[in-house]
Design a protein. Structure first.
Length: 444
């Protein structure tokens, strides 16, 4: 219960600390720790004051957490998915997108747009997920992030998560999820109508194109064709032409890689990176014999405005070691994200005795298996020794997402664009049959 409350308390810890009468000095001490909410909990516990929490939570308009503390049914909490680590990661270095956000605000405030869908689209790696994560954070939106990389693609998970979040976020009069929530979209529609009675409600749904296909002639995730007044779905997808969306009222927002606005955001991203890693990047720029302005212009141009490209390249330059990076390597950088992956492969060296092709095959197992894997499982699925798998994971850390659990860490690919590169590069049917036979061998 403590964990469930803390996980959902988020930035509200500060209002809670105010209500509980903690001094600003004390609050700064909480804040200095990784998890201020947890620190405050400990502080109250030491003073035997935990029993004040339910009333204080009600005062800061978190009756959901108050009821959880009073021993309420936590099945609603358990039905929600926790995306906070991903949201933090995608928004940690967030820059720009001011015009897009303004346009989105105008659409959502337009009295002529009574309900419906807003679809954000743009190429792989342009920053749709990051933008949505930012909006979720700023506006406290009910949210769902589909992801093939962690196997989160099902309609059932979407419906139960979003419905449970709606009940909790808008304090709807339901103790638990209604029966048959995931059978069709009728519960979702009912809860949206209840939530939107007094205010406009926006539900953010990332990567509809990564969700599993919908019924013939219907929408993915069983997205309802019409929404109740005041209810909006904010969706992202890559190419809207590939994803049929049968809805009555829809507005589109494009993140266009070559637009001046996007290129200026990309430059801002590079500048922010240079500032954040000032010491090491100043050294690297000296060995490249480039000014910060030249470097920014150069990588922004090569990236073609793609943030995923920039992230990989900037980290590559930063981590190149004390000898610095060389100008020839920089000049050889191709244009655009897809070409970057192919180029990267040509640069690959042997990692701990493992040739490039074998490294890619190990990564392809991560690309294929529908959930994050421990080193042990990855190694056995790939038919490699754990030592080898570990060394490859270390070598490719920048392309991976490490999920720290209470037991062993687990790994998934960081980005869908890299998965697609691997799928184009290797015979994935082959990888799948390798995994199948490894799984069979593991069976008793
Ligand atoms: N505005 C931004 N500021 C800082 N970093 C960003 C921004 N936009 C994107 N990024 C970073 O660039 C990378 C790629 O972005 P993101 O994953 O959002 O792309 P995407 O459009 O969702 O791609 P895909 O279509 O493959 O899902 C991420 O590491 C993300 O954190
Ligand atoms: Mg995305």
């Amino acid at each position: 219960m403590k964990l469930a409350v803390l996980r959902r308390l988020g930035d509200d810890w500060r209002s809670l600390a105010d209500i509980l009468g903690t001094t600003s000095h004390q609050q700064r001490q909480f804040e200095a720790k990784d998890d201020p909410g947890r620190e405050m909990w400990r502080w109250l516990e030491d003073r035997d004051r935990l029993d004040e929490l339910p009333a204080a939570l009600r005062q800061i308009e978190r009756p959901d957490l108050a009821s959880l503390m009073s021993g309420g049914d936590d099945s609603l909490f358990r039905a929600t998915l926790d995306f906070s680590a991903m949201i933090d990661e995608r928004t940690d270095e967030f820059v720009g997108r001011r015009m897009l956000m303004r346009r989105l605000g105008e659409i959502l405030d337009d009295p002529g747009f009574r309900s419906g869908y807003v679809v954000i689209h743009g190429e792989p790696g342009i920053g749709k997920t990051a933008l949505l994560a930012r909006l979720v954070q700023q506006r406290n939106l009910v949210h769902h992030f589909n992801s093939v990389l962690i196997g989160l693609t099902s309609t059932e998970r979407f419906l139960t998560n979003v419905c449970a979040q709606l009940i909790l976020a808008y304090n709807l009069p339901h103790d638990r999820l209604p029966e048959m929530t995931s059978a069709d979209s009728s519960t979702l529609l009912r809860l949206l109508a209840e939530s939107a009675r007094r205010r406009r409600v926006v539900v953010a749904v990332d990567a509809v194109d990564e969700a599993s296909g919908g019924p013939a002639g219907g929408n993915r995730l069983l997205l309802p064709p019409a929404l109740p007044p005041g209810a909006f779905m904010l969706l992202t997808m890559r190419d809207p032409d590939n994803i049929p969306l049968y809805v009555d009222d829809r507005r589109d927002l494009v993140i266009d890689e070559s637009a001046a606005e996007n290129l200026s955001d990309a430059r801002e991203y590079v500048d922010a990176f240079l500032n954040r890693h000032a010491t090491v990047m100043t050294n690297q720029l000296t060995s490249l014999d480039m000014s910060a302005a030249e470097f920014t212009e150069f990588v922004t141009d090569r990236s073609e405005g793609n943030f995923m490209y920039l992230r990989h390249v900037l980290r590559g330059v930063r981590d190149r070691g004390p000898r610095g990076t060389d100008r020839v390597a920089l000049d050889r950088l191709p244009r655009g994200l897809h070409a970057y992956y192919a180029h990267l492969e040509r640069q690959l060296g042997v990692i701990d005795g493992t040739a490039p092709e074998r490294q890619l095959r190990i990564l392809a197992v991560l690309a294929t298996w529908p959930e994050p894997l421990t080193v042990q499982r990855l190694a056995s699925f790939a038919g490699e020794r754990p030592h080898t798998a570990r060394a490859v994971l270390r070598g490719w850390a920048g392309f991976l997402n490490r999920i720290d659990t209470r037991d062993e860490p687990r790994y998934a690919l960081y980005h869908a664009s890299f998965r697609e590169f691997l799928a184009g590069r290797l015979d994935m049917a082959d990888v799948r049959s390798q995994i199948t036979s490894a799984v069979e061998d593991l069976l008793p």
